[in-house]
Design a protein around this ligand. Structure first.
Ligand code: FAD
Length: 403
């Protein structure tokens, strides 16, 4: 039998054992997070305690490369953990997803210094968040309104960031801005910086309170002459949009996993609530055709989403030569799953019935959380544009866009 021995994690068998242990821990934590969310969801209290538990369990460190002592989790393994955690708490899973996307996607192609700084910190318990969306960009964050001006030491950043998910738990940020160099036209002026959470130059100007995912602490931040060093710049000048596109699979599949995990939990709740339940009019609700058909619809839809996500997270991870076609590919599971998950959750709500509307019901929380899926990048319109154009042989970066 051949075994691969690596410096830090030992044999393949040891890695498999560690992976099994992490999944089991994630299941136990999901149960704990679900209990906590019963108390904290309505007040929108940030999931700080849950993030601490994930750090302590080593779940936030799964993307550390093997040569730095880590598990080097695959993209598919990341989606599995996110699905499990989403079953317990959507806000925690989404907050973890941002960290997972950043640490997973940035494992390759970083300069040696930034890579060692990032993964040394993550191995030791760092939590990384990514305020990309600007006041002036919305979801088009490759065209930031936050500006990076050059200084002798590096840059200073000024702008207003929205939706800085997990900011309260952050130890580090990957923050984007547009370089004000005259020769770099948007989006090629996009730059990303990996920095320790600054003590000065970043202020929370509006605290998050959301209808969906209310416990993510997705505050708005003002960057006010925030200094960053030249070596904090993550990618070579002018190339950041290409690096970002080549990593879109991480965002799309990890976000899809969160919303699939929510739909999977909604389905379980609907089945649990129905089995053995009777009323004065119906001896066994499970014997009603409407209930059986709804359960069948949910189950087959979940099986399709499961297969789709596994297929993409294992077989569509390499950008290859045709970058726009690859990005279009990665849109497919994100687009399908975030929209289909809403249908499953709506069906589960119907099966559970009026008690789902009661204050504090878990299905009510999931119904709210699942609404965020299609709004996250790529939004439905952007995904449809990329998929449609790739299919019809039109470049998505061609201008004008629609004629
Ligand atoms: C709970 C939550 C947490 C988030 N956390 C983060 C985070 O940590 N970091 C971060 O950077 N962002 C985060 N976001 C923001 C997210 O990434 C999106 O940028 C944001 O949801 C886009 O919303 P918007 O209102 O700015 O929409 P807009 O981008 O203004 O879009 C509004 C509408 O216009 C359409 N539209 C806009 N531009 C185009 C276009 N070019 N082509 C076609 N249609 C277009 C959209 O499809 C949509 O229908 C978060 C969002 C949510 C809801």
């Amino acid at each position: 039998m051949s075994t691969t021995v690596t410096e830090a994690l030992g044999t393949d068998a040891e890695r498999a054992a560690r992976w099994a242990e992490l999944q089991q821990t994630a299941r136990e934590l999901a149960t704990r997070f679900e209990e906590r969310s019963q108390k904290a969801y309505d007040s929108g209290e940030f999931v700080a305690e849950n993030i601490r538990d994930l750090v302590e369990a080593g779940i936030t460190a799964v993307n550390v490369p093997r040569e730095l002592g880590g598990l080097e989790a695959t993209l598919e393994e990341n989606t599995r953990l996110l699905r499990i955690i989403a079953g317990g708490c959507g806000s925690t899973a989404f907050t973890l997803a941002i960290h997972a996307v950043l640490t997973g996607s940035m494992r390759s192609d970083l300069g040696v210094a930034v890579r060692e700084r990032m993964f040394g910190a993550v191995r030791d318990g760092a939590f990384v968040v990514g305020p990309f969306t600007d006041e002036g960009s919305g979801g088009n964050w490759v065209r930031p309104s936050t500006v990076a001006r050059r200084t002798p030491e590096g840059f200073v950043l000024d702008g207003l960031k929205h939706f800085a998910t997990g900011f309260d738990a952050a130890t580090h940020l990957v923050v984007t801005a547009g370089l004000d160099d005259a020769h770099l036209e948007p989006p090629f002026n996009l730059a990303a910086f990996f920095v320790e959470k600054p003590r000065q130059g970043v202020d929370v100007v509006s605290r998050w309170s959301g209808f969906a995912l209310p416990m993510t602490g997705s505050h708005s931040l003002k960057l006010d002459s925030l200094p960053v060093d030249a070596e904090d710049s993550v990618f070579p000048d002018g190339l950041t949009p290409l690096f970002v596109m080549a990593r879109q699979q991480w965002g799309h599949y990890c976000f899809a996993a969160v919303f699939l995990g929510l739909a999977e939990r909604a389905y379980e709740l609907a089945v649990e609530r129905t089995r053995g339940r009777s009323t004065t009019a119906v001896a066994d609700l499970a014997r009603l055709p409407g209930i059986q058909f709804a359960v069948a619809r949910m189950r087959s839809s979940l099986a399709t989403m499961d297969a789709l996500l596994i297929e993409y997270a294992t077989r569509h991870v390499d950008p290859g030569e045709d970058l726009p076609a690859f990005v279009a590919d990665t849109c497919i599971p994100k687009y399908h799953i975030t929209n289909e998950a809403e249908h499953v959750v709506a069906t589960a709500f119907e099966v559970i019935g009026g008690s789902g509307i009661r204050d504090g019901s878990r299905i009510g929380q999931i119904w709210r959380d699942v609404k965020a899926g299609p709004l996250l990048p790529f939004t439905n319109d952007m995904a449809r544009e990329f998929i449609g154009k790739a299919t019809l042989g039109i470049s998505p970066v061609e201008t004008p866009r629609w004629v």
